[in-house]
Design a protein. Structure first.
Length: 114
């Protein structure tokens, strides 16, 4: 059975019923992607593995350190805002932040080595 092909809006061959097959993608020069904005499967898997490693690393630090990281990276609070909340200087927040990031990096590098 022969598949009916047509040329899409960007000049690539696609099936008339808009299905995607690996052979058609390779023939069209897409090499594993159905659309240019989609990620490769390997990238998605790697993102999930890295996220799991990060969550594991966050479990190793103290609760107050986790709270500071959460406020900086997930709540987008500035170190100045956090210094007012915690009642300590901006410099102290900055030092604490960098100390925690270094701890997380060391954990992730050590974990990756083994």
């Amino acid at each position: 059975m022969r598949t009916l092909l047509k040329i899409n809006h960007i000049g690539r061959k696609v099936r008339a019923n808009m299905e995607c097959s690996y052979e058609l993608m390779v023939e069209s020069g897409i090499d594993g992607k159905c659309a240019s904005k989609q990620k490769f499967v390997e990238d998605i898997v790697m993102d999930k593995v890295l996220l799991e490693m990060l969550m594991e690393a966050l479990d190793t630090i103290a609760l107050d350190e986790r709270e500071l990281i959460y406020n900086i990276y997930f709540c987008n609070k500035s170190e100045r805002e956090l210094s007012k909340i915690y009642g300590i200087s901006n410099v102290a927040i900055n030092k604490k932040h960098h100390k925690i990031v270094l701890k997380l990096k060391k954990y992730l590098i050590f974990k990756k080595a083994f």
